[in-house]
Ligand binder design. Structure first.
Ligand code: PXP
Length: 389
């Protein structure tokens, strides 16, 4: 694991965002596999470390310790070292500067990292100037790339509850308004061939009222392509659809279906609708997705989400990370979804290649207990701000 974040500070912190920032910085300095440890402490702990290791009897905002290869870290490891940041000081500094804590943490991380790269502003004005220039270059590289993923909420299961009684409530159109007010970036609905939850009327009304983005999930059929071309969602996600399935069970077999999928993608493009293909995290499928002319893939995260053991989950996670990068290298936008919940989303939210999450069941399920607005906000706090308790 190249970036290791530890915290002796117990408050709610933007750890995912910090990890994402650290990974982008390691790529920017050309050492994506280097090991970097980040330790977050309070002022008391910082004073203690500063005294013990640097013989200075005060607290400070950041200190770094460069690491050399030794018996524990053989030379084939690319070791950078440790950056220690005081959260108390970072909080005070961000409050004084009128900026967010997340931003101050990133500035301090960059400062510590540039120290690890051998720069030292305390050596004199020339060195200080050089260090400052390096920090500015790294920060601008960071902010070009650092954006947490968007969160789009799938509201199909609001309609599932409505259809259970065949009445008019709860109305997914009303739910969409609440989801948007809570800060989500978009609304997703799956218009199934059997209309088991979302109805044509829902999609048409949603198109009129949504102020963010409307994603229409659908099978690549003649009927659905006609509906999409007429309603014009902001993006279509093509998914496989089985009549008997409870929910979408796997990604599209784009390798086998490349020709018909290419025709559907072309027809949707003719109607000015961008297209995403829902695929398993497999290289062949992603390469084939690119061949169809699709703009985007949505990585099926079901095997990761439902993994029966942590080892299997780790290996599914790795697959998603590698395939998300492969898709980006092919110039495809990368979305991810299926089976994600309040426990397994955070880890994926730190993966900087994933630009959007599509999450439904977990959020609507929690909404029954805590309310829709709160359920969306809690997921947003994980995905967008990168805050973890
Ligand atoms: N993405 C796709 C393509 C889906 O088919 C679904 C389920 O409708 C989701 C995401 C959302 O999955 P979940 O409801 O498990 O969050």
């Amino acid at each position: 694991m190249p970036v290791l974040i530890r915290s002796t500070y117990s408050k709610f912190l933007p750890l995912l965002r910090l990890r994402r920032a650290a990974e982008i910085l390691l790529r920017s300095i050309g050492r994506p596999g280097a090991e970097l440890s980040i330790l977050l402490v309070d002022d008391t702990e910082m004073m203690h470390l500063n005294r013990q290791w640097l013989k200075r009897s005060y607290s400070t905002n950041v200190i770094s310790f460069s690491q050399q290869a030794d018996d524990f870290h053989p030379p084939d490891n690319d070791l950078l070292g440790d950056v220690v940041i005081s959260i108390d000081t970072a909080r005070r500094e961000s409050a004084n500067a009128g900026t967010e804590l997340e931003q101050r943490l990133e500035e301090l991380l960059v400062h510590g990292l540039v120290h690890l790269l051998g720069e030292d502003h305390e050596l004199g004005p020339v060195e200080a100037e050089r260090m400052k220039r390096k920090e500015q270059a790294l920060l601008s590289a960071l902010y070009k790339e650092l954006k947490m993923a968007d969160l789009c909420i799938n509201i199909d299961h609001v309609a599932t509850v409505r259809q259970a009684r065949g009445t008019a409530e709860p109305d997914p159109v009303t739910a969409a308004g609440i989801v948007e007010m809570a800060g989500a970036d978009g609304i997703v609905v799956h218009l199934r061939e059997d209309r088991r939850h979302i109805q044509d009327r829902d999609v048409r009304l949603l198109r009129q009222i949504i102020k963010t983005r409307l994603t229409l999930e659908m099978a690549a059929t003649e009927e659905m392509t006609g509906i999409a071309s007429d309603i014009k969602p902001d993006i279509v996600t093509l998914v496989p659809e089985g009549r008997e399935e409870l929910t979408t069970e796997g990604g599209l077999d784009v390798v086998t279906l490349e020709k018909p999928l290419t025709e559907t993608v072309t027809r949707l493009h003719d109607a000015n609708i961008p297209v995403s293909l829902f695929v398993d995290p497999e290289r062949d499928q992603i390469v084939a997705a690119k061949q169809t002319g699709a703009d985007c893939i949505e990585i099926h995260t079901g095997l990761y989400a439902d993994a029966p053991s942590s080892n299997i989950q780790d290996s599914e996670f790795e697959k998603i990370v590698v395939m998300a990068r492969a898709a980006m290298d092919l110039d495809l936008r990368v979305h991810a979804g299926h089976g994600l919940n309040y426990r397994n989303t955070a880890r994926l939210a730190a993966v900087s290649e994933i630009q959007e999450f599509s999450i439904g069941h977990a959020v609507i399920g929690r909404a029954v207990l805590v309310g829709l607005e709160r359920a969306v906000r809690e997921m947003l706090s994980l995905v967008q701000k990168g805050y973890l308790e």
